[in-house]
Structure formats: structure tokens, C-alpha cells
Design a protein around this ligand. Structure first.
Ligand code: HEM
Length: 264
């Protein structure tokens, strides 16, 4: 019989033993609900990883002017975000009392410190170094690298220009480390995209959907937080619900796509 110990199988290909050893409760007992709390956060981090992977792919496909594949990739991003939103249903089966039984053991741990979430925000155009300042150096560097690279909207504008909808050169060559400022000429180009019936208009709508999904996630997260801890401070040190509600007002990732709606 051949030696099976090195042959690829389900367990070693997916590193299942390692994966299942990574849920490490810190509470006494441990508290029953802590496993769900850890599992759901880890699942989110895996989806964040996949989202970054897919969005990078979308940027490459935009650079290649490959509309069909851009649409397919953004569609996948939307589907993953839908799962991220729906997963909150699982978390809210944990009552405030059940969470309270181990919350103190979390010390200062908080989603606030999710480096991949900050990378996602940066990829979607956030250019505010403060939100990464509390991360460890190796994580902060990754977020900073995202803020130094073109955002998804920068890539989309280059793509639209490549499709024949003129975007001013100064915008295409802008300093991508700076916060993007909406421009009337881009708004005109976007209107032209929509009116022309070009498939690039579908790409623009997918981008709007993605921004809406992220805001929906933020909204569901803040409602879940309020029903679980009320107006208590966050373990990450913020005011909690007050702070999270303010993030619902973050600037648009694709400002001219929103402004264009006033002109239809
Ligand atoms: C019982 C469950 C949860 C509670 C009570 C909770 C509470 C909070 C609070 C209060 C904050 C504000 C920062 C702070 O002071 O800590 C926060 C931020 C955050 N949480 Fe949660 N959270 C929960 C579950 C989750 C889950 C499952 C995720 C998924 C990854 C998550 C991701 C985040 C992220 C990314 C932030 C930063 C948001 C921003 O700064 O825009 N949270 N959370």
C-alpha cells in the first residue's frame, strides 16, 4: 500500500486540525457563548481576506478594461458582503447576559483593531492615518500601503477613461495618498456613462451596491451593539454606539456616482 501520510486530502489541504485549534476562549469554564463570539469574528476575518483578494482582482481587471470580468468579480464581492450582513443574525442569538458573562475578559480587544477592516476602508478610499495609528507596526504598514495605492474609485476612473469617457488627466494622475475630492467634470463623465447605455454603467451600479452593503453592515453592527451593550463604552475605548453611529456618515467612496443621481 502506498504511503498516504503526505498525500493531499481534505484534512491536510484545508489545514483543518490547525484551523480547529485556533478558537481559544479566555473565560473561566469557558463560558458557553464565547466560542460563538470567537468563531464569528474569525469567519469575518476570512471574508475580509477574501474581499481584499477579490477587490484587488477587480482593480487589475479594470486596468485591463475587461468589463465582463470586472462585473463578475464585483458581483462576487456583493455576494460576500450579503453573507457578512446576514451573519449578524447568528450573533444576535447571544443575549446581553450571555455576552456579559465573558465581556470583561476581552480586556481592550475590539473590532476597532481589525487591521483587515482598515485595509478594506483604505482600499475603498479612506485616507485618514489616525484610524490605523493604534495598530501594531506590521498591521499599520499594510494599512498604510493600501492608503498609498490607488483606491477602487481611482481604478474605476481610469477604467471609465479607458472606455472612452474622458476623465481629466490631473484626476487620473492625482496624488492617490490624498483624500479624493469630488469633481464636477467627473460627475459629467459619469452622467455620460449612464446615458450612453455602455456596460460601464453596470460597473458603476455594482460599486454603488458595494458601498450600500458596507453601510448596511455598519448599520446592523451598530444596532446589534446597542441591543447587546446599550450605551456602554466599547472595549476598544470608544464611546460605543455614539462612535459607531458617526461612522454611518463617512464620506462616500464613489462621490460622483451619488451626485449623478440628482441629475437624472
Ligand atoms: C457582541 C458582539 C459585538 C459587540 C458588543 C461589538 C462592539 C463594538 C464596539 C463598541 C465598537 C466600537 C469600538 C470600541 O470602542 O470597541 C466596535 C467596533 C467594531 N467592530 Fe464590533 N462588536 C461586536 C461584534 C463584532 C463582529 C462580529 C465584528 C466582525 C468583524 C465586529 C467588527 C467591528 C469593527 C470592524 C469595528 C470598527 C468599526 C469602525 O471603527 O468603523 N464587531 N464593535
Amino acid at each position: 500500500m502506498s504511503d498516504q501520510s503526505h498525500a493531499l486530502n481534505y484534512m491536510n489541504y484545508l489545514a483543518v486540525d490547525e484551523l480547529l485549534s485556533l478558537q481559544r476562549p479566555v473565560s473561566e469554564g469557558p463560558e458557553h457563548d464565547e466560542l460563538l463570539f470567537i468563531t464569528i469574528h474569525q469567519v469575518y476575518e476570512l471574508w475580509f481576506k477574501q474581499l481584499l483578494h477579490e477587490l484587488e482582482q477587480a482593480q487589475r481587471q479594470m486596468a485591463a478594461g475587461d468589463t465582463q470580468h470586472v462585473l463578475a468579480t464585483l458581483n462576487r464581492v456583493k455576494a460576500i458582503l450579503a453573507v457578512c450582513i446576514q451573519q449578524i443574525d447568528v450573533l444576535i442569538t447571544m443575549t446581553p447576559l450571555q455576552f456579559g458573562a465573558f465581556r470583561a475578559r476581552l480586556e481592550s480587544a475590539s473590532g476597532f483593531q481589525s487591521a483587515q477592516f482598515r485595509e478594506l476602508e483604505a482600499l475603498l478610499g479612506r485616507r485618514d492615518g489616525r484610524f490605523a495609528s493604534h495598530l501594531l507596526a506590521q498591521h499599520r504598514e499594510k494599512v498604510e500601503a493600501r492608503m498609498q495605492a490607488p483606491s477602487l474609485w481611482d481604478s474605476a476612473l481610469r477604467y471609465l477613461n479607458g472606455c472612452g469617457f474622458t476623465i481629466p488627466a490631473e484626476i487620473l494622475e492625482r496624488d492617490v495618498t490624498e483624500h479624493y475630492v469630488s469633481d464636477a467634470r467627473v460627475r459629467e463623465a459619469v452622467l455620460e456613462v449612464y446615458r450612453s447605455g455602455h456596460q460601464a454603467g453596470l460597473v458603476c451600479e455594482q460599486l454603488v451596491d458595494i458601498e450600500v452593503s458596507l453601510r448596511e453592515w455598519r448599520f446592523r453592527h451598530v444596532m446589534m451593539v446597542e441591543r447587546t451593550i446599550g450605551t456602554k463604552q466599547g472595549t476598544g475605548g470608544s464611546s460605543g454606539v455614539g462612535y459607531l453611529s458617526s461612522t454611518l456618515q463617512h464620506p462616500h467612496s464613489f462621490p460622483e456616482l451619488w451626485e449623478a443621481r440628482e441629475n437624472f
